[in-house]
Structure formats: C-alpha cells, structure tokens
Design a protein around this ligand. Sequence first.
Ligand SMILES: Cc1cc2nc3c(=O)[nH]c(=O)nc-3n(C[C@H](O)[C@H](O)[C@H](O)COP(=O)(O)OP(=O)(O)OC[C@H]3O[C@@H](n4cnc5c(N)ncnc54)[C@H](O)[C@@H]3O)c2cc1C
Length: 385
Amino acid sequence: MDFHLPEELQMLKDNLRRFVDNELIPIERETNDGTDFLPGVKEKLEEKAQGLGLWMFDVPEEYGGLGLGHLSKAVMWEEMARTIAIPARNASIFGPRVSPILYSLTDAQKERWLFPVINGEKKSCFCQTEPEAGGDPGGMRTNAVRDGDEYVINGHKRFITGAGDADFAQVVTSTDREKGSRGGLTVFLMDMDTPGITRLRQQDMMIADRPWEILFEDVRVPVDQRVGEEGDGMKAAQSWLTEGRLRHGARGIGVIERCLELACSYAQQRSTFGSKLSDRQTVQNMIVEMYQNVHQLRLMVYNAAWRADQGEDVRKESYMCKYFGDEMSFKAADRCMQIHGGMGLTKDLPIEQFFRDQRSMVITEGPTEILKMALARQIFRQYGD
Ligand SMILES: Cc1cc2nc3c(=O)[nH]c(=O)nc-3n(C[C@H](O)[C@H](O)[C@H](O)COP(=O)(O)OP(=O)(O)OC[C@H]3O[C@@H](n4cnc5c(N)ncnc54)[C@H](O)[C@@H]3O)c2cc1C
C-alpha cells in the first residue's frame, strides 16, 4: 500500500502551491468582493492560471478540457482553498464552471445548453431550494404539469447563487408529489428571460454571497427542455452532489492548512506575560488538534477520491468528507482567530473570512445533520439486522 500521491500529481500540487503563495496570497484582499471578482481581475488571474496548464481541468477531455480525475481535482481544490483570493463559491480562474448535469443531456440539448457554457458564452444557476424545502427536496412545492408538448411550471425558489447574471437555470421541480425525491423530481432547463420567471430579490447574508429568490409563474417549457425522463431529477443531481461533497472536504484541507500556517507563525512571534504563545500548552493543544484534523481529513478525502476514480460508489465516504471537512475547517478558523486575539477579527488577515465562509459551508449543499441522517441509514443497513 502506497499512501504517496503519484509523482505527476505531487508536481501539480507543488506548482499550484507556488502559484497560490506567489501570485494569489499577496493580493488576496484586492481580488474580489467575497462573491465575485472585481472588474478586470478575473481576466488577469485567468491569464496567469493558463500558464499552469490547468485550463478547464474540470471539463471532460471529449469536450476539450483536461478531464482530471477526482483525486487530481481534490488536490487542486485543496491548494486553491488556502487563499481567499478566489471566492469560495461559484468562481473559477481555470475556465468556466460546468454543472455535471449538462453532460447528461441529449446531443441536441448539449448544442443549446452545454457548449455555450464551455465556451464561456453563457452562465447558468441551479435552482433547487425553496422556502418550504431546503435540505429535504422531496418536500418541494414547485411543480411541473404536463400540457401537450409543454410543461407549466409554478413555484418559488430561494438562495439561488449566481442567478443575477445567469442566462439560464437548471430548475428542479416536482412532477409527482407522492414519490417525492424517490422518482418524483424532474429537472428542466430554461432561459432566465422566459415569460413568468421573476428575480424577486437578492438576500443579504453574513457572507458576501447574495443569492436570489426567484418566482416561477405559469412558466411554459417545451418537453425538449426536460433533463432525462420524468422523475430522473435526483439521478441527474447525484453525481454532482457526490463530487460537491468531495470538494467541500478537499477545500477544508486547504483552509485548515492555511490556518495552521497563520496560527503557528503568530504564536511563535507573539509574547504575553513573558512567554511566547507557542510555549503555552493551551495554544499547543489548539494547534495539535488542527494538525490531527487535517491529517484525518486528508486521508478521508484522498481515499474517497481515489476510490471514486476506480469507479466505486463513495456516497457514504462523501457524506463524511463533507461534514467533517466543513466542521473541522470552521473550527480551525475559529481556533486560529482565538490565537490571534483582536488581530484575528481584522480584515488585515484572511481569518475572519475563512470563519464566515466555512460557517456557511456547514449549512449549504447539505447541513451536517442531514448528511449524518443519510449516513446513519446506510450504516444500519450495513451493520443492523
Ligand atoms: C450562500 C448560499 C448559497 C446557496 N446556493 C444555492 C443554490 O445555488 N441553489 C440551491 O438550490 N440552493 C442553494 N442554497 C441553499 C442551501 O443548499 C440550503 O440552505 C441547504 O440545503 C439547507 O436548506 P434550508 O436552509 O432550507 O434548511 P432546512 O432544510 O430547513 O434545515 C434547517 C436546519 O435543520 C436541521 N435539520 C434539517 N433536517 C434535519 C434532520 N433530518 N435531522 C436533524 N436536523 C435536521 C439542520 O441543522 C439544518 O441546518 C444556498 C444557500 C446559501 C446560504
């Protein structure tokens, strides 16, 4: 058994770390407003990022991308998460972000919805959450009713990231309330300027993200804008969800590592009551806990990502990567802040943003409690009578 990364991947990791250290960390407070890049910045960073040879790393080779595997992507997310130069959600300097749902489309649908995203001509948003149904999509009220060659869609979505400048939306609807998330959900693609779609308002948050609330009123959508068959909604979202959870875990590694770097160097410089903070056992305990957590997290994420690359079903492992990674990285930001005292609260350092961002991660794309519920069901199936 060899726990080392393959040589090529280790080189990629080292290159990316140098890039983050030299090009991103020095300007991390000047690149974005927390949710998107400031004007002109993205293009400059994209130009530099292209030099790394990682352009469109997330896009499969058959569509012109690098088609990196899960482990390689985990390593990339880990390294990029060490800085707040790239907003934590919905931003990339390595080419457009493509929702995996779009790869499952028919050839004709790909022409209209996938290729413009890959070419950077169009952006999309993903609309699942509703006022009455967040972590439990089976309870969703937005319904799609078949009417000849069309569906009529009515409903209310909220917390939709990127809806402000999205050209089209991937909208999860209920086509069978009784079946709920077990075959009762269907995804439709629709241009944001389709009659009946209204962006109601942006929602201010403790993080810089300002997701949207959107109303769908008698929106008529042709059948050929449906993803897969009726009831395929969760199937379409499944691969995306598993990959998203691995990404949360991998990002957590990067955040904890940076918190360790910041906390150790500050504790070694700062003296109180005649001793360095690094000599205080209480502070050492915090550092050791962060170190242990990042070690555990890295083993979990690399193992799950490697197994996913072998074609194994890693749903259970992905639940653990998501909640452990988000919880422990939030805790690391909190401990790092504590070690820094008042300095930890200032915007001179990235800690307060890690603290806010990672707190939000514990809720979004599946709160810890819901992931543990899903995991518990599988554990009982495996170990119970
Ligand atoms: C910044 C941001 C961006 C977002 N972007 C998007 C987006 O682009 N598209 C989209 O569709 N959604 C998006 N969301 C929505 C996000 O995914 C949901 O907020 C999340 O899934 C939780 O849903 P909810 O807020 O309705 O909480 P609920 O499902 O109402 O749960 C509330 C709390 O109850 C507890 N809980 C719930 N169920 C259980 C259970 N079974 N057992 C124990 N405890 C439980 C948990 O502690 C949970 O945090 C975004 C949210 C935010 C904040």
